[in-house]
Design a protein around this ligand. Structure first.
Ligand SMILES: *Cc1c(COP(=O)(O)O)cnc(C)c1O
Length: 372
């Protein structure tokens, strides 16, 4: 039980295992499942997420940075760990030494990786990133076959995989998606005619995994669904997910103010009658966006209560409904369930004007994660 600070995050690792198993059940047995645990497991904790995902059928892990890959290696994970983008050239020796598989997108990096592998007396696996229309990183699809042919001349490199990433997989019927799939499939076909055979072709993020089985290829790369959150409204109903993260706190102060008093910085909220105010020790330094001021609700006493006044760095205030008795130490839920009520990450994200992804990974390290 948390006791040093009355604000924390509960993570349900069984929910993560349930979600990974649900994805595993939707893809062919021979299809690999890369659990994407970047950004500290979308704020859920990379190590604990990786452990739960592994228990439910994940085959390998995807991360964004070398530091994130090292965290998994240092924790003792022996499964393949892949970077979803190409890291700085300075990292090549470390990648070879710690068996971290980079995405590869430039000639300079390829040459450096090859040299590092030769120096270590081994080979270095990589996955060629093909830009089929996202416009972010990767060799343009039309140039990929020539690029891959050039790569073949470098010693000690092993093209284990080739992949792309969709910009609109979560928006059914978007023509950009069809174009990306067409370009990627054509590039892979051309690689094969050139005698280049990546063993693991992959493209599917969560949305594509759920909505476009033709993108499963040899591996899928789900992230957000692992945590029980949907990539967009389009996947509701496509899978039964259990959300893993709850944001909780305890009331730190209770007071009653007369009519006409203001609350919090700028006095943006005023009482219209005698009002009981509950203070909650959570603020924007914890990841509760200040733009949520006067716009969000919390669960207290099993009921939805309005947050009032500006969200401060470390605290926020809640209007206690008339007739409800609240004491210091009572549990407050920002995201999660209490009594019969619940507030989803999606609801909070909508009120904040953003997406569940950004909120989940934005809750700060100041909040201790408790796992069950
Ligand atoms: C983050 C990421 C994913 C996972 O995306 P979700 O929408 O969370 O499933 C997959 N592939 C790449 C390249 C990514 O950057």
């Amino acid at each position: 039980m948390p006791y040093r600070r009355y604000a924390w995050i509960d993570i349900d690792t069984e929910a993560i295992a349930h979600n990974v198993a649900a994805i595993r059940a939707r893809i062919p047995e021979r299809t690999l499942l890369m659990a994407v645990v970047k950004a500290d497991g979308y704020g859920h904790g990379a190590i604990e997420t990786a452990r739960a995902a592994l228990s439910a059928g994940a085959d390998r892990f995807g991360v964004a940075t070398v530091e994130e890959a090292l965290e998994l290696r240092d924790a003792g994970f022996t499964q393949p760990v892949q970077l979803l983008s190409e890291p700085p050239i300075d990292a090549v020796d470390l990648l070879v030494e710690r068996d971290i598989i980079p995405a590869l997108t430039t000639r300079e990096f390829a040459q450096a990786l090859s040299r590092a592998a030769v120096a270590a007396g081994g080979t270095a696996r990589f996955h060629l990133k093909i830009d089929s229309g996202m416009g972010r990183i990767g060799v343009r699809a039309a140039e990929a076959p020539a690029f891959a042919t050039w790569l073949k001349e470098l010693p000690a490199l092993d093209m284990e995989g080739a992949f792309t990433h969709f910009a609109t997989a979560d928006a059914p019927g978007d023509p950009g998606f069809d174009l990306q799939l067409e370009r990627f499939s054509a590039a892979i076909a051309e690689l094969r005619t050139e005698g280049l055979r990546p063993r693991i072709v992959h493209a599917a993020n969560s949305a594509a995994t759920l909505l476009h089985s033709e993108t499963h290829f040899d591996m899928v790369r789900p992230g957000i669904v692992i945590y029980g959150l949907h990539p967009s409204d389009a996947t509701y109903g496509a899978i039964d997910l259990v959300s893993a993260m709850s944001i909780k706190a305890r009331v730190s102060y209770v007071k009653t103010i007369p009519a006409g008093e203001g609350v919090s910085y700028g006095l943006t909220w005023h009482s219209s009658a005698t009002t009981t105010i509950a203070t909650v020790p959570l603020g924007y330094a914890d990841g509760v966006h200040r733009t949520l001021s006067n716009k969000m609700q919390v669960l207290l006493g099993g009921r939805r209560c309005r947050q009032i006044g500006r969200v401060c760095m470390d605290q926020l205030m809640v209007e206690v409904p008339g007739g409800m008795h609240v004491s210091t130490g009572d549990e407050v839920v920002l995201v999660g369930s209490q009594g019969g009520e619940s507030i989803s990450m999606d609801e909070l994200a909508e009120r904040a004007g953003t997406i569940n992804y950004e909120l989940a990974c934005g809750f700060s390290r100041r909040l201790t994660r408790y796992y069950r």
